[in-house]
Design a protein around this ligand. Sequence first.
Ligand SMILES: Cc1cc2nc3c(=O)[nH]c(=O)nc-3n(C[C@H](O)[C@H](O)[C@H](O)COP(=O)(O)OP(=O)(O)OC[C@H]3O[C@@H](n4cnc5c(N)ncnc54)[C@H](O)[C@@H]3O)c2cc1C
Length: 395
Amino acid sequence: MDYSTSAADDLFVADLERRFTKGIAARADAADAAGALPEENWRDVVDSGYLRVFHPVEVGGLGLDGVTQARAMEALARACPSTFWSATMSALVCVKLIQTYGDPVEHRGLTDPLLSGERLACFPVVERTSGSDAGTYTTTVRRDGGRYLISGEKARITNATTADLAVVFSRLEGHESGWCYAFVDLRRPGVRTYAMPHLGLRAMPWGGLVFDDVEVDARDVVPVHLPEFPEGMAWGWLFISIAAIGIAESAFTAALDHARAQLAFGAPLGRMQAVQAALASMRAEIDAARLLAYRCSWHRTEGRLVQDLVGMLKPYATEMAVRTTERAVQVLGSWGLTPGHPVERLYRDAPMNVIGGFASNRLRELVATGLGLPAVYDDADRLAGTGLDLDPAGW
Ligand SMILES: Cc1cc2nc3c(=O)[nH]c(=O)nc-3n(C[C@H](O)[C@H](O)[C@H](O)COP(=O)(O)OP(=O)(O)OC[C@H]3O[C@@H](n4cnc5c(N)ncnc54)[C@H](O)[C@@H]3O)c2cc1C
């Protein structure tokens, strides 16, 4: 592994940090209070080049290495985790899915507007009845003469109310795989969306989509075999882990500043041994998660499957962020629980990442399977291996 970055890439990341700190970070508390992303955030994201960070030059990206991509992600995650989730779900996860499972040339018509910021995408997988258990999903694509129609409901979906395009994980009637990705134009008749309130990441659009016989072009229905499904999810696990690292770093910085500035018993609060221990543990755990994230991003960008590593990263990084924000609240006292203080917001944002994209316990099972322990499920209609068990020798 080579984690060194070029001077040009360092300048690019520094420029992102400067832009995002000045604009998006300054608006983060107001966006949280309003429960919506300001227009200016999207403009700043587009103008910065962030949407092109994840892709090779041939498909409209910047051709950056994995470590630079991870650093760029953290720059936005630190500024505003809600903006980060919304933009990265579209520009990273949805574009990768379309390019991987669709036709990289023919589907440029879908991916180019996502990379230029003219359009936004969402990735609806889970439904009202279940998240982890794909076996219960009912949304279905079926053939109707020369066309395809999709019907069903997806719930708890990032960008549900603002997206123009959905990469829907759906059942597919009449195909041996039984499943597909359907690239659904959300401006077509038969689509209804609704917003859902949420504890953290409040500015991130989140809600449900109802499809009532919505027409999907034949080339936009791509059969997928269930064991391949986690590969798309793995991009999500990586970005969600970096959301957690950004949240943890922001909470740590606020706690450290407070420990230096606040006087207690005639000395800075940070002279207390318990406060020092909390801050030292925060520092170590954030750096450990970041290093694993760089490792995942570097290998993935080099073209390797990293579902095993990302399966370990996501539970570790997201639960670390919950611990870190709790410790930050301890250091800050009641300021950390006061609406309007950034740490109060981060304390609500952190647990969203533990659940979002796959609950930790499911991932731990997949990691354990990769260690050679028996698989929890043998029913083929459930999420199977992640690649951990496909090539254990390659770890
Ligand atoms: C911020 C955020 C953004 C999201 N964005 C999207 C999105 O864009 N697209 C989308 O499709 N979904 C999205 N979701 C939904 C998310 O994917 C689901 O919440 C997640 O997959 C877990 O499903 P669930 O909430 O139904 O919990 P369940 O699957 O019902 O799990 C509940 C709990 O049961 C336990 N559990 C479940 N299964 C197992 C198991 N096999 N072994 C052990 N324990 C288990 C776990 O502790 C788990 O936390 C988002 C969620 C959040 C919080």
